[in-house]
Ligand binder design. Structure first.
Ligand code: PEP
Length: 244
């Protein structure tokens, strides 16, 4: 399976810098056929830059949203629906990122409703799971991630329409990465929870950089990376892909 190299731009950049980043990633990816053989590429810009980013990329780079509404349309001020993302040319949507779980109190049940809407719209849902530092310190990481998987995945979930991203909350944007043993154990646990279905892509996320990516990608059941900070520089994003 090709590694999925997915960039989560979060709430960063301007229209100009976002379009510049999308076009330079697109150009770099298309210059290197070995990278295209080894990896699939995805960028997830802020909603308002989606259309312009789409115009700046070709078929080698997929586009995704960072969230979607649990509703399809109607009086839901501020929401963006899964069909709207699809309409903008998105193929993916990140759901249940720990920042949304933490700052917007998103529950597993809400994430499952959003994932169902994403599936219905023909999007691939990247469903994020991961424990906090306190939960790991008290040995609860598998219980937490197991419960998030059970409750955040709707019954429409298949290996074709869903990607799992394991992102230990304490490793996101902190420069700390989980140890290779911890990643291996958790990815094996997630694979087992997915009925050992080897077709599901399981990404690792949390301070992935060009310098640590090779070690992370060598771990069994790591099928790519969800990248925050390092996805904002073409050189770092491509450096991570090169490690694959
Ligand atoms: C993320 O936001 O999903 C993430 C993994 O961020 P970072 O790579 O900056 O830790």
């Amino acid at each position: 399976m090709k590694k999925l190299i997915a960039g989560n731009w979060k709430m960063n950049g301007t229209l100009e810098s976002g379009v510049g980043l999308a076009s330079s990633i697109n150009a770099a990816v298309n210059e290197n056929s070995a990278l295209l053989d080894a990896c699939d590429f995805l960028i997830c810009p802020p909603f308002v830059f989606l259309q312009s980013a789409k115009a700046a990329i070709g078929p080698a780079v997929a586009l995704g949203g960072q969230d979607c509404s649990p509703f399809d349309n109607g009086a839901y001020t501020g929401d963006i629906s899964a069909p709207m993302l699809k309409d903008m040319g998105a193929g993916y949507v990140i759901l249940g990122h720990s920042e949304r779980r933490q700052y917007y109190k998103e529950t597993d049940a809400l994430i499952a409703e959003k994932a169902k809407k994403a599936h219905d719209a023909g999007l691939i849902a990247i469903v994020c799971v991961g424990e906090t530092e306190g939960e790991r310190d008290t040995g609860q990481e598998q219980e937490i991630v197991g419960s998030q998987l059970l409750r955040s995945l709707p019954d429409t979930t298949t290996a074709e329409n869903t990607v799992i991203a394991y992102e230990p909350v304490w490793a996101i944007g902190t420069g700390k990465t989980a140890s290779a043993d911890d990643i291996r154990d958790m990815h094996a646990f997630i694979r087992e929870k997915l009925d050992n279905n080897g077709d599901f892509r399981i990404l690792y996320g949390g301070s992935v950089k060009p310098g640590n990516a090779a070690e992370i990608f060598a771990i069994p059941n790591v099928d790519g990376a969800l990248i925050g900070g390092a996805s904002l520089k073409t050189e770092d994003f491509l450096g991570i892909a090169q490690a694959a």
